[in-house]
Design a protein around this ligand. Structure first.
Ligand SMILES: Nc1nc2c(ncn2[C@@H]2O[C@H](COP(=O)(O)OP(=O)(O)OP(=O)(O)O)[C@@H](O)[C@H]2O)c(=O)[nH]1
Ligand SMILES: [Mg+2]
Length: 329
């Protein structure tokens, strides 16, 4: 008897900067979600679809969760992350090799409460805003959770994992606890088989050649944002966003992209542009190379910087930039 085909949705959840997007890109084998040293790199829910011979795995990359999200953009982003946990078949909760902190345990408690297994319905009191204690009693509606302890390449002594694993097991009945290095991940096939085994039987939900739900246009904006994070680091104000204003193929081999980097203050505009335009040029060049790699065509990229004060608290602007779309879904 052949194995039944399996299909399921798997949320990647955890604190900011744990390495969720790095793992997703590794699994999919394409860069679909941007990565950076900065916390809160991912701002949207992004699907990565992996089709195997006998299973289709739909991974949902989510923004890193904040314990006490402030207003505006951060709040919207946190809600996106928690909403993504409803109706999933499995949650991969990722921490890093430094282990648990009280704050992390509280974040996890939120995740476990928000994570409702597909088909479990709204009953059972999912509470995305609750702030209960660290001990989570999984009920029958909860989605199962696999704990990933990431960045073990950074650990000098692997024995340090043992107390973390022990404490994790006391915290929650995790399906599995797996130490990994998303950056140096070579065992992808085994990992995928292990995850597929946790999913329900069902036919594929997406065409076999589709690997994300996001458009090239979306990725173009994200790749520019990634370069602003990489090149400006902590100089960059958190409240910056990228809007694509032009995305046009010219013939088969040239793509014309124009983007606006939105900031909140004139002083921030100067930082993004840099002396003599140096920073913006570097951001544009690096983002263009990334786009050429991702899309397989030559790209002509025009980057602009504009100021709109208070955009991060402005619903119309948040909608234009795509931050409220998940809310309507
Ligand atoms: N040493 C090491 N660094 C890693 C590993 N995985 C990810 N990183 C680094 O950790 C940083 C954060 O990675 P991301 O993939 O952007 O993290 P994230 O969890 O998606 O973060 P948010 O989107 O902000 O929630 C990046 O600088 C990665 O290169 C790993 O296995 N080992
Ligand atoms: Mg991310």
């Amino acid at each position: 008897m052949p194995e039944p085909h399996r299909f399921g949705v798997i949320a990647l959840s955890g604190p900011p900067n744990a390495g969720k997007s790095t793992l997703l890109n590794r699994i999919i084998g394409e860069k679909i979600s941007i990565m950076s040293r900065r916390a809160q790199t991912t701002r949207h829910r992004i699907l990565g679809i992996k089709t195997l011979a006998a299973a289709q795995l739909v991974f949902v990359d989510t923004p890193g969760l904040q314990r006490r999200p402030p207003k505006g953009l951060n709040r919207v982003i946190n809600r996106t992350a928690l909403n993504s946990l409803a109706d999933v078949d499995l949650i991969l909760f990722m921490i890093d090799g430094r282990g648990w902190t009280p704050e992390l345990e509280q974040l996890f408690a939120q995740v476990a409460r928000a994570g409702r297994a597909a088909g479990a319905g709204a009953a059972g009191g999912a509470n995305a805003n609750g702030d209960g204690g660290a001990n989570v009693n999984a009920d029958s509606n909860s989605a199962p959770v696999i704990l990933l302890i990431n960045k073990i390449d950074r650990l000098k002594d692997r024995a340090r994992l043992l107390p973390i694993i022990k404490h994790s097991a006391e915290l929650h009945p995790f399906k599995q606890i797996i130490p990994i290095s998303a950056r140096k991940f070579s065992d992808v096939d085994n990992f995928l088989n292990l995850i597929a085994a946790e999913l329900p039987e069902g036919g594929p939900g997406f065409p076999a050649d589709q690997f994300t739900d996001r458009s090239q246009r979306f990725l173009a904006a994200e790749l520019v944002r990634e370069q602003t994070l990489n090149l400006l680091g902590h100089e960059l104000p958190y409240a910056s966003a990228v809007e694509v204003t032009r995305f046009e193929y010219r013939g088969d081999n040239l793509l014309h992209v124009a983007v606006i980097v939105w900031v909140e203050k004139t002083s921030q505009k100067s930082i993004v542009i840099g002396r003599g335009g140096r920073q913006l040029k570097a951001i544009g060049q690096a983002a263009r190379k990334q786009m050429e790699k991702a899309f397989g065509v030559q790209v002509y990229l025009e980057p602009w910087v504009k100021v709109q004060s208070g955009w991060a608290g402005n619903a119309a602007m948040l909608r234009t930039l795509g931050y409220l779309e998940e809310e309507r879904a």
